[in-house]
Write a protein that binds this ligand. Sequence first.
Ligand SMILES: [Zn+2]
Length: 702
Amino acid sequence: MSIKTKWFFKSLGFLLVLFPATAWGYIGPGAGFAAVTSIFMVVASFLLALLGILIWPIRILKRKIKNRGLKKLSSFALKKKKVIILGIDGMEISLLRNYMDEGKLPNLSSLSKTGAFSTLGTTYPPESPVAWSSFLCGCNPGRHNIFDFLSRDAENYLPNLSMAEVNPPKWNLSFGKYKIPLSPFSITAHRKTKPFWVSLGERGVNCVALRVPSTFPPDEFPGVSLSAMGLPDLLGTQGTSSFYTSEKSDSKINTDGGVIIPVTEEEGTIKAFLRGPLNAMKKHPSPSKLPFSIKLNPDNEGAILTIDGETKINLPLKKFSSWVDVAFPMSLGAKVNGICKFYLNKVLPHVELYVTPINIDPENPALPISHPPQYSKYLAMATGKFTTLGLAEDTWMLNSGKLDEEAFLQHCMSILEERERVFFHELEKFKRGCFIGVFDTMDRIQHMFWRFLDTEHPKYDPKLAEKYKDVISDVYIKMDGIVAKVLEKVDSDTSLYIISDHGFKTFRLAMNVNSWLREEGYLVFEEGKDSCDKFFRGVDWNKSKAYALGLSGIYINLKGREKKGIVEPGAPYEQLQKEIIDKILDYRDPETGEKLLYRTFKFQNIYEGDYTNNSPDIVLGFHPGYRVSWKTALGGAPKPIVEKNGANWSGDHCMDPSFVPGVFLSNKQFKNNQPDITDLAPTVLNEFGLEIPEGMDGKVLQ
Ligand SMILES: [Zn+2]
């Protein structure tokens, strides 16, 4: 069967998996930056990919016409030049320097002495989707349009995942109990500028871009890329795991990032279901299910897993299984493929089984997770199956206390190994052009283990700290080993850049910004209500002047922009913006008297470009130790204004960018010792002799 035919049949299967309009996601310390997307994303992307394949010849012709005027680069440049960019999400320069001084990082250390080594200016706010978008486009958020993990829908004040938007079909045909779409889904990537490797590819430069955040949906270009942050699981969320427990519990509990499912043990056997995507082609969509059972071994040291009555897998206690293929049954015999891992956490006194989010199968992707779509299949066949979920490291498991540090580390390290396999498989073959690969395990580990570096953190525990104090330095050491292997590929024609998008600091106290707005009279609740957990439930929009959503900013309830806006544009808007900026900057921690905020910004002063108006009206720059609360991010306004961070998610970077710059290392030396994350794109284009396009804010590093 040809690839095109296979995709066609797969699409038929997927056409049966259409989904409900309401799929509000969640964001919380459990999931980290979890889902605010719907399963529409999965379907829409898939249909879009199908359409893409069907009109492939037209696209090639179109590209040829579009690129007619583009001169290919000289064969000399194409043959000789190699640029390698190694991205390490969240590498903190103060830790890097300490570990270098302690002699733990010989490769990074020697590079820092012979080449360039400095901080790397990051974005307002220093969040990965924002910063990596600025890296790949060479511009500020006002031009690329990604301002936070979340954006808000001005029509209903609800959060959206900032990276892409999916629109369901306008027309459907009702047919018995089915609902058949007559018009297509459309998916819009919110990032408005293209990665620099697209320009390189169009000029004939060989490009490989692996797991760069904010590259889902994948950009089309003459080269290969594998998507990362923003890529959903098979449920369409940013990662929903399942925790089955036979401990007495009333009912299923949906938490931020995971679902706790009660099960019953009968004669050493537990029967349950894996949750799959909804079959929304039905008028009343229901979730697809895949039955499985585990039979406990007589020695209580493990179990045998049976899926769909067939596949038998040995599950030792406290050890992650390898990837297991799962196929969820849809209508008319169609199936949707995914992969997941199982972890038997406990057998006595009750059984606990953890299942990772169901990842899109890279070998059999239900939607395009790479460009070209077959690239992920090729990588999986060459290196083995790998996690495809953007935010793959499941911080929920550790934050909820369902699994312990050991399990989380085991999970993270296996993901890191997969990424290493894919990265070096491709780097080995790389002879010329531009190669970019990002590793993000360091970021996730620092989020969860920072409490062991900070004796003042509410979650500091001396016993655990003794055991886990080296986890963070170990991941730096691991990355130093990766750097050593990369250096083997660096010759005299190679420019090597090692960068991080932001640094890290402790996160001890969370500010409920909406609660502060309520206290100051800017956010008003309906009669009889004075707080809410999320989604601004009970807020009276006819009386509210401002609200906070996402991890970095405050919006003004502006007339003509927000659905129920009451603040007049012009002078009243500007006056209110200034008033809030001044007041919140003065807010102090009631316990210590310290200011929480270091700086507050009018968006007009920090952004430039066509999309600045989509940003929050006020951007918050916290002092280290403080951050916007998880509840604020989803439009919650609990009673207290500040709350101690009692979560294992204890390190963060959502603060003033001056405290958490990224890192810049290169085998080359530059006069400019204060590079910015936007400088990489123009610098690399310049290396290949390309002109710097208009709209890039970064400068060529000299
Ligand atoms: Zn992070």
